[in-house]
Design a protein around this ligand. Sequence first.
Ligand SMILES: [Zn+2]
Length: 255
Amino acid sequence: MPFLHRNNRAELAADWQDLVARHVSAWKLLDDQERAVLATHLEVLVTTKRWEAAQGFELTDRVRTVIAAQAALLVLELDLDHYRDVDSIIVHPSTMRFDRTSQGPVPGTEVCGSVDLLGEASFRGPVVIAWDSASAAARHPTRGHDVVLHEFAHKLDMLDGTVDGTPPLADPDLRQRWIEICTYEFDELAGSDGDTLIDNYGATDPGEFFAVVTETFFTLPTELEAMKPELYDLFRAFYRQDPAARVRRHGRTLR
Ligand SMILES: [Zn+2]
């Protein structure tokens, strides 16, 4: 049956639930209904997206299942059609080093150098993930970083054709509040010089702000809700999830 594996599409692992329970910490906090939705999303992502390994890495059921589960968590209460532009998922074993050319400080000049990346999302292209970072974040979410949530959040931001930190929002009132509050919080982050709950990388540009706050929203939800309640409410309205309530419901943290 060679057609089953064309384009590197995979089958759902028979022990997917065991893999998720062991390697994705957030699974413990989901109720039965949420687990059922996550299972459906996970199967679609594993079986219909193209999965590729880079730099000699070997794709295993665990790699596909953990990454797909994290990506599924992000859109648990959204239509999976939000990932329609996710062409493929390319997994590297670890941090990727790329040579880049960018505009230099003097107009008309270019600077060449290498950059280290944990992941990348491109418009109507693949999502690239470093497995070691993704795996650690799935197990230890309270460190506040999650490359899978970050890169798939970029894909949501890209749905309306621009990476501007504002995902598609049907409600005009929510969109207006989004722009006002995110602009204020972005400026706050950009102006801060100490330790911040939201990683300073979020001050790079509005697109990174959305991706970084998404990481904080899912990994440190009670902290974000306490410190930035309006920002938390916006993300709760967009993702239609309340991860802080989930943590409280279980009377425990994600640790
Ligand atoms: Zn980013």
